[in-house]
Design a protein around this ligand. Sequence first.
Ligand SMILES: [Zn+2]
Length: 248
Amino acid sequence: MANLESNTSSSLIMPGDATATCWSCGTMRAVHFCSACGKVQPPVPVDYFTFFALPRKLNLDAAVLEREFYELSRKLHPDLCARADKREQEWSLEQSSLLNDAYRTLKDPIKRTEYLLRLEGVELEEQSKTATEKARATGEIKKQVVPPDLLEEVFELNMQLEELRMQKKLGEDDPALVEEIGKHKLELEKKYEALLQELKTYWVEWDQLLDDAAEENRRKIRDKMVDLLNRRSYIRNLVRDVNEALEN
Ligand SMILES: [Zn+2]
Protein backbone atom coordinates (compact mmCIF):
# COMPACT_ATOMS: atom_id res chain seq x y z
CA MET A 1 0.00 0.00 0.00
CA ALA A 2 1.20 3.40 -1.02
CA ASN A 3 1.02 4.83 2.46
CA LEU A 4 3.43 2.31 3.83
CA GLU A 5 5.81 2.47 0.92
CA SER A 6 6.88 5.93 1.95
CA ASN A 7 9.74 6.46 4.31
CA THR A 8 8.96 6.08 8.01
CA SER A 9 10.04 9.64 8.61
CA SER A 10 6.83 10.72 6.91
CA SER A 11 5.05 10.30 10.24
CA LEU A 12 5.96 13.83 11.15
CA ILE A 13 4.54 15.44 14.21
CA MET A 14 2.48 18.47 13.36
CA PRO A 15 4.01 21.90 13.91
CA GLY A 16 2.71 23.54 17.02
CA ASP A 17 3.33 20.41 19.02
CA ALA A 18 5.84 21.24 21.74
CA THR A 19 7.84 18.17 20.81
CA ALA A 20 7.82 18.86 17.09
CA THR A 21 11.52 19.55 16.87
CA CYS A 22 14.49 17.25 17.31
CA TRP A 23 16.11 17.51 20.75
CA SER A 24 19.52 17.29 19.12
CA CYS A 25 19.53 19.29 15.91
CA GLY A 26 16.26 21.24 16.11
CA THR A 27 14.92 20.02 12.79
CA MET A 28 11.32 18.86 12.47
CA ARG A 29 11.33 15.43 14.03
CA ALA A 30 9.42 12.27 13.21
CA VAL A 31 7.53 10.11 15.71
CA HIS A 32 10.52 7.90 16.43
CA PHE A 33 13.70 9.46 15.16
CA CYS A 34 14.90 12.63 13.51
CA SER A 35 14.87 12.49 9.75
CA ALA A 36 17.76 14.94 9.57
CA CYS A 37 20.28 13.64 12.12
CA GLY A 38 18.84 10.16 12.78
CA LYS A 39 18.76 10.50 16.57
CA VAL A 40 16.05 8.63 18.46
CA GLN A 41 13.43 10.96 19.90
CA PRO A 42 11.57 10.80 23.22
CA PRO A 43 8.27 8.94 22.72
CA VAL A 44 5.18 11.05 22.20
CA PRO A 45 1.64 9.80 22.72
CA VAL A 46 0.58 8.63 19.28
CA ASP A 47 -1.68 5.80 18.25
CA TYR A 48 -0.23 2.71 16.59
CA PHE A 49 -1.37 3.72 13.12
CA THR A 50 0.42 7.03 13.42
CA PHE A 51 3.47 5.27 14.77
CA PHE A 52 3.73 3.40 11.49
CA ALA A 53 2.66 6.45 9.45
CA LEU A 54 -0.51 4.63 8.44
CA PRO A 55 -4.01 5.95 7.90
CA ARG A 56 -6.70 4.42 10.16
CA LYS A 57 -7.56 1.76 7.65
CA LEU A 58 -8.27 -1.85 8.41
CA ASN A 59 -6.95 -3.30 5.18
CA LEU A 60 -3.23 -3.25 5.32
CA ASP A 61 -0.48 -5.09 3.55
CA ALA A 62 0.98 -7.50 6.11
CA ALA A 63 4.20 -7.93 4.17
CA VAL A 64 4.83 -4.20 4.00
CA LEU A 65 3.98 -3.80 7.67
CA GLU A 66 6.46 -6.53 8.53
CA ARG A 67 9.18 -4.97 6.43
CA GLU A 68 8.59 -1.61 8.05
CA PHE A 69 8.68 -3.24 11.47
CA TYR A 70 12.11 -4.77 10.87
CA GLU A 71 13.38 -1.54 9.39
CA LEU A 72 12.25 0.43 12.45
CA SER A 73 13.51 -2.26 14.84
CA ARG A 74 16.93 -1.82 13.36
CA LYS A 75 16.87 1.96 13.52
CA LEU A 76 15.50 2.07 17.06
CA HIS A 77 17.61 -0.71 18.49
CA PRO A 78 18.85 0.30 21.95
CA ASP A 79 22.23 -1.41 21.47
CA LEU A 80 23.31 0.68 18.50
CA CYS A 81 26.79 1.90 19.34
CA ALA A 82 25.99 5.33 17.96
CA ARG A 83 23.84 6.01 21.00
CA ALA A 84 26.28 7.88 23.15
CA ASP A 85 23.62 9.87 24.92
CA LYS A 86 22.13 8.06 27.91
CA ARG A 87 18.74 9.60 27.30
CA GLU A 88 18.75 8.52 23.71
CA GLN A 89 19.41 4.97 24.87
CA GLU A 90 16.42 5.08 27.17
CA TRP A 91 14.21 6.52 24.46
CA SER A 92 15.37 3.72 22.18
CA LEU A 93 14.17 1.20 24.72
CA GLU A 94 10.83 2.91 25.09
CA GLN A 95 10.38 3.38 21.36
CA SER A 96 11.31 -0.24 20.70
CA SER A 97 8.76 -1.52 23.15
CA LEU A 98 6.15 0.80 21.62
CA LEU A 99 7.11 -0.53 18.22
CA ASN A 100 6.62 -4.13 19.36
CA ASP A 101 3.21 -3.37 20.84
CA ALA A 102 2.13 -1.49 17.74
CA TYR A 103 3.29 -4.26 15.45
CA ARG A 104 1.68 -7.06 17.45
CA THR A 105 -1.60 -5.17 17.53
CA LEU A 106 -1.72 -4.13 13.90
CA LYS A 107 -0.61 -7.38 12.32
CA ASP A 108 -3.40 -9.40 13.97
CA PRO A 109 -6.72 -8.89 12.13
CA ILE A 110 -8.88 -9.09 15.25
CA LYS A 111 -6.58 -7.08 17.50
CA ARG A 112 -6.30 -4.47 14.78
CA THR A 113 -10.07 -4.18 14.48
CA GLU A 114 -10.56 -4.01 18.24
CA TYR A 115 -7.84 -1.40 18.54
CA LEU A 116 -9.34 0.77 15.83
CA LEU A 117 -12.79 0.51 17.38
CA ARG A 118 -11.34 1.61 20.69
CA LEU A 119 -9.68 4.58 18.98
CA GLU A 120 -13.10 5.36 17.57
CA GLY A 121 -14.54 5.51 21.05
CA VAL A 122 -16.04 2.04 21.30
CA GLU A 123 -15.38 0.58 24.73
CA LEU A 124 -15.32 -3.12 24.00
CA GLU A 125 -13.72 -4.33 27.21
CA GLU A 126 -15.52 -1.82 29.30
CA GLN A 127 -18.86 -3.18 28.22
CA SER A 128 -18.10 -6.75 29.15
CA LYS A 129 -16.39 -5.65 32.34
CA THR A 130 -19.44 -3.72 33.43
CA ALA A 131 -21.64 -6.69 32.62
CA THR A 132 -19.43 -9.01 34.65
CA GLU A 133 -19.42 -6.72 37.66
CA LYS A 134 -23.15 -6.25 37.50
CA ALA A 135 -23.69 -9.99 37.32
CA ARG A 136 -21.40 -10.50 40.30
CA ALA A 137 -23.19 -7.87 42.34
CA THR A 138 -26.61 -9.33 41.68
CA GLY A 139 -25.43 -12.91 42.01
CA GLU A 140 -26.69 -13.77 38.55
CA ILE A 141 -24.79 -15.80 36.07
CA LYS A 142 -23.45 -13.44 33.46
CA LYS A 143 -25.48 -13.97 30.36
CA GLN A 144 -24.24 -13.09 26.97
CA VAL A 145 -26.90 -12.22 24.48
CA VAL A 146 -27.29 -15.15 22.12
CA PRO A 147 -26.72 -14.05 18.53
CA PRO A 148 -30.11 -14.48 16.77
CA ASP A 149 -28.73 -16.72 14.05
CA LEU A 150 -27.49 -19.13 16.72
CA LEU A 151 -30.56 -19.25 18.93
CA GLU A 152 -31.86 -22.61 17.80
CA GLU A 153 -28.50 -24.27 17.72
CA VAL A 154 -27.47 -22.95 21.11
CA PHE A 155 -30.72 -24.08 22.66
CA GLU A 156 -30.30 -27.61 21.36
CA LEU A 157 -26.63 -27.75 22.22
CA ASN A 158 -27.20 -26.58 25.78
CA MET A 159 -29.77 -29.33 26.30
CA GLN A 160 -27.32 -31.90 25.02
CA LEU A 161 -24.52 -30.55 27.20
CA GLU A 162 -26.80 -30.71 30.21
CA GLU A 163 -27.64 -34.31 29.37
CA LEU A 164 -23.99 -35.18 28.91
CA ARG A 165 -23.05 -33.71 32.29
CA MET A 166 -25.84 -35.65 33.89
CA GLN A 167 -24.76 -38.90 32.29
CA LYS A 168 -21.18 -38.37 33.33
CA LYS A 169 -22.28 -37.86 36.91
CA LEU A 170 -24.09 -41.19 36.75
CA GLY A 171 -21.12 -42.83 35.11
CA GLU A 172 -23.05 -43.55 31.94
CA ASP A 173 -21.67 -43.46 28.46
CA ASP A 174 -23.57 -42.31 25.37
CA PRO A 175 -21.39 -42.28 22.24
CA ALA A 176 -24.29 -41.08 20.05
CA LEU A 177 -24.75 -38.00 22.21
CA VAL A 178 -21.03 -37.27 22.18
CA GLU A 179 -21.08 -37.53 18.41
CA GLU A 180 -24.03 -35.14 18.15
CA ILE A 181 -22.26 -32.62 20.34
CA GLY A 182 -19.13 -33.05 18.24
CA LYS A 183 -21.11 -32.17 15.12
CA HIS A 184 -22.41 -29.00 16.73
CA LYS A 185 -18.92 -28.08 17.73
CA LEU A 186 -17.70 -28.48 14.18
CA GLU A 187 -20.50 -26.26 12.91
CA LEU A 188 -19.62 -23.61 15.45
CA GLU A 189 -15.98 -23.72 14.49
CA LYS A 190 -16.92 -23.26 10.84
CA LYS A 191 -19.04 -20.25 11.73
CA TYR A 192 -16.18 -18.88 13.79
CA GLU A 193 -13.84 -19.12 10.82
CA ALA A 194 -16.40 -17.56 8.48
CA LEU A 195 -16.67 -14.52 10.71
CA LEU A 196 -13.21 -13.39 9.68
CA GLN A 197 -14.30 -13.31 6.05
CA GLU A 198 -17.38 -11.34 7.01
CA LEU A 199 -15.26 -8.94 9.01
CA LYS A 200 -13.09 -8.29 5.98
CA THR A 201 -16.09 -7.07 4.01
CA TYR A 202 -16.67 -4.51 6.76
CA TRP A 203 -13.05 -3.46 6.55
CA VAL A 204 -13.58 -2.53 2.92
CA GLU A 205 -16.64 -0.49 3.83
CA TRP A 206 -14.83 1.18 6.70
CA ASP A 207 -11.79 2.10 4.64
CA GLN A 208 -13.99 3.67 2.00
CA LEU A 209 -15.68 5.76 4.65
CA LEU A 210 -12.45 7.02 6.13
CA ASP A 211 -12.97 10.59 4.95
CA ASP A 212 -16.72 10.50 5.25
CA ALA A 213 -17.81 13.37 7.42
CA ALA A 214 -21.18 11.78 8.12
CA GLU A 215 -20.86 10.33 11.60
CA GLU A 216 -23.97 8.27 11.04
CA ASN A 217 -22.42 6.32 8.17
CA ARG A 218 -19.35 5.55 10.19
CA ARG A 219 -21.40 4.51 13.17
CA LYS A 220 -23.35 1.99 11.12
CA ILE A 221 -20.30 0.10 10.03
CA ARG A 222 -18.72 0.43 13.47
CA ASP A 223 -21.80 -1.20 14.99
CA LYS A 224 -21.60 -4.04 12.49
CA MET A 225 -18.03 -4.76 13.52
CA VAL A 226 -18.86 -4.60 17.22
CA ASP A 227 -21.74 -6.98 16.67
CA LEU A 228 -19.50 -9.38 14.79
CA LEU A 229 -16.84 -9.32 17.50
CA ASN A 230 -19.53 -10.04 20.09
CA ARG A 231 -20.79 -12.99 18.07
CA ARG A 232 -17.24 -14.17 17.72
CA SER A 233 -16.55 -14.11 21.46
CA TYR A 234 -19.90 -15.77 22.07
CA ILE A 235 -18.98 -18.68 19.82
CA ARG A 236 -15.53 -18.92 21.33
CA ASN A 237 -16.99 -19.20 24.83
CA LEU A 238 -19.51 -21.75 23.66
CA VAL A 239 -16.83 -23.94 22.09
CA ARG A 240 -14.88 -23.68 25.32
CA ASP A 241 -17.94 -24.89 27.24
CA VAL A 242 -18.33 -27.80 24.84
CA ASN A 243 -14.69 -28.78 25.25
CA GLU A 244 -14.99 -28.65 29.02
CA ALA A 245 -18.10 -30.80 28.99
CA LEU A 246 -16.46 -33.35 26.70
CA GLU A 247 -13.24 -33.54 28.69
CA ASN A 248 -14.59 -33.67 32.21
ZN1 LIG B 1 17.89 15.80 14.54
